[in-house]
Design a protein around this ligand. Sequence first.
Ligand code: SF4
Length: 282
Amino acid sequence: MPERIPAALQEKLTARLTFYQDIGIQLFYRDRYPPQLASATEDIPLPKPAQKTQPVRPSVEVRPAPPKPNAFPTASGPSLFEAINKIPDDTLLKIHTDLGDCTRCKLHRGRTKLVFGDGNPKAELVFVGEGPGRDEDAQGLPFVGRAGKLLTQMIEAMGLQRQDVYICNVVKCRPPDNRTPEKDEVETCSPFLLRQLDAISPKVIVCLGSVAAQTLLETNRGISHFRGEWLEFRGRKLMATYHPAYLLRNPGAKGEVWKDLQKVMAFLGLQGKKGSQAGKSS
Ligand code: SF4
């Protein structure tokens, strides 16, 4: 009897394979016959492997285009970030201390825990989301719910672990009923995000969803107009892509996000997860 795969591992494998399929890697294969049955099947002619059985290598842009200035008008009103200078020797600890038990905007009223951010304080890659959801609010950590699990899968497919990157949000307290943060809340909280980004000084910022992208790029344009393009934020490369929560509702968009992340991988010289073709540069 072949050895059964433990249920927990089976569940993990299923989730991982489903993820690869969702991002467009459709072909998976395994030995048709387990080794112990090989002798019993010697006489059975095996079908010739069709050419299509080779895993498809996603094409990757090896040499990304040079960053270009954000090519769209900013939202009306004065720039939120232009006047904010980098604070010398700022650290995540100082920023967290300055935030304290923040009551600067009305979102503090409904929060359980303030979600500051999590990960490598010297990360080359920072993911910025919109705001905490229910699970994040309960745990005080970003992206730990269903969308967070999907983000973790994407990070691992890039050949990284969560602790290699930094993950944070535009607003640090959960909006009621997970509504979109309002303008005054974003304006009050995002200077702390700016300080976080300045302190970490990543090579690449990935904005997850329109709120993060519109906030950092100071635009009202929909994310679909500039998703997947290299943009710039205070001298750093910025890539906007869809939020994992959107992907849970629209799994067909995972392939688009994977293409965006492949551009990030090419820029950072990442090879993707070993053993999969998902992240290999061509
Ligand atoms: S969302 Fe930001 S500004 Fe508003 S209370 Fe929370 S930490 Fe303070």
